[in-house]
Design a protein around this ligand. Structure first.
Ligand SMILES: *Cc1c(COP(=O)(O)O)cnc(C)c1O
Length: 409
């Protein structure tokens, strides 16, 4: 019998549906005048306003007037496309300016801009691992899918250490010949836990065992450090990390990713990374938005101050209401539900009855039993938004008998 393509793909979909892992998208139209409120569009054609509590536009930069104006002017002046890959007619002065800007942000010799943070990690890690002979990559167990993709693609040997566990990392480092090239890949702020890596501990081990370090600062750039350079800047550790990676898609309110580091290493990635070479480069509007946001946040502290103030207020209110969350000491607030169906039902009630939009986070993004609502306060949420959210959660926690979460630290 000949292969039934349609049936094959239908089965694949049916399986994840049966497993409760099928993804339903929530369609929301954002309006700069009212962000973080947005217009929820339903299948029946109706729409209404909801407050977004799961966005990564942490500082509201995608609605910043200066950023919007820069993007608009760039499109009008330079058109809507870069017109090619970086190598073939697609390198513009905006690229050069943005790469200098991120290099300066991290105090590094050079920067390189990619079309997304995902592509940056998957491309850069794959290239680094491939270029170093017999390379061993040490990867935190909770690293983002983009890093895992890159590491797998590099064909290097990979050793996974328990999340943020320095003793385990050292044990693994010891098990490898000191002369083999090594790379430790980790994140500064873990996106689903909201906790902070032991950056200094990893630097010390990297020095002891002659390993390179690659740090994903996606959930920290723009938001931490005196100029938005991230956690490594805040800890005074930027000089000791070989490659710092970030995104323009979260706190910078635009799209794209970047790495910064030693000029020769960046040049090697520029020269060998397929994900960088064989793709149309970013649009003028995007580049102008990125550049304006990065430069703005080097000197403006107001957005950061408001974000951290709102995160603190949210955590204080949750504590007062007796709602247990995992306090990773950052702006990300994971509220653990611990059951996939309950997590999904609570998120649906929040939307239906309270006009609050939080996407439930279930397996495989997080382990079974730790299903959660990942609350993401932004600089633009108001005190009323926060009290409305917490009172809604309290009612739903009681109604659904969610067991009290005890933080293990
Ligand atoms: C979102 C994310 C990325 C990918 O960045 P994009 O710019 O959205 O592609 C990489 N690493 C981590 C930890 C992330 O959370």
């Amino acid at each position: 019998m000949s292969f039934d393509y349609h049936a094959h793909f239908q089965t694949a979909i049916d399986e994840i549906k049966a497993d409760n892992r099928y993804r339903y998208f929530t369609t929301i139209g954002k309006e700069s005048a009212s962000f973080p409120k947005a217009r929820l569009h339903l299948e029946d054609g109706s729409s209404r306003d909801v407050t977004v509590w799961c966005g990564n536009d942490y500082l509201g930069m995608s609605h910043n007037e200066k950023v919007i104006e820069a993007a608009t002017l760039a499109a009008q002046k330079h058109g809507t496309s870069a017109g090619g890959t970086r190598n073939i007619s697609g390198s513009t002065p905006l690229h050069t300016a943005l790469e200098s800007s991120v290099a300066d942000l991290h105090g590094k010799q050079a920067g390189l801009v990619f079309t997304s943070g995902y592509v940056t990690n998957s491309g850069a890690l794959a290239t680094l691992g491939r270029l170093m002979p017999e390379c061993v990559i040490f990867s935190d167990r909770l690293n983002h899918a983009s890093m895992i993709h890159g590491i797998k693609n590099s064909k290097a040997t990979c050793k996974i250490f328990h999340h943020n566990d320095m003793a385990h990392l050292e044990e693994l480092l010891q098990s490898v010949d000191i002369n083999r090239p090594k790379l430790i890949a980790f994140e500064s702020v873990y996106s689903m836990e909201g906790d902070i890596a032991d950056i200094k501990g990893i630097i010390a081990l990297a020095k002891k065992y002659n390993a390179m370090t690659y740090l994903d600062e996606v959930h920290a750039v723009g938001m931490y450090g005196a100029r938005g350079g991230g956690m490594a800047e805040m800890l005074g550790a930027m000089d000791d990390i070989d490659i710092l990676q970030g995104t323009f898609g979260k706190a910078y309110g635009a799209m794209g990713g970047f790495i910064t580091g030693d000029a020769v290493i960046i040049d090697a990635i520029r020269s060998f990374c397929s994900e960088f070479i064989f793709t149309t480069s970013q649009t003028p509007a995007t580049l102008a938005a990125c550049l304006t946001a990065v430069e703005h946040l080097k000197t403006s502290h107001e957005e950061r101050r408001r974000l951290h103030e709102n995160a603190k207020m949210l955590k204080d209110e949750l504590r007062k209401a007796g709602l247990g969350f995992h306090d990773g000491k950052t702006h990300i607030v994971p509220l653990i539900v611990g059951d996939a169906t309950c997590c999904r039902e609570i998120a649906a009630s929040l939307l239906d009855a309270y006009n609050i939009y939080v996407q439930p986070i279930n397996y495989p993004t997080v382990p079974v039993g730790s299903e959660r609502l990942r609350l993401a306060p932004s600089a633009l949420h108001t005190r009323d938004d926060i009290t409305h959210l917490v009172s809604a959660l309290k009612e739903l926690w009681e109604f659904n008998h969610v067991p009290q979460y005890q933080q293990v630290s």
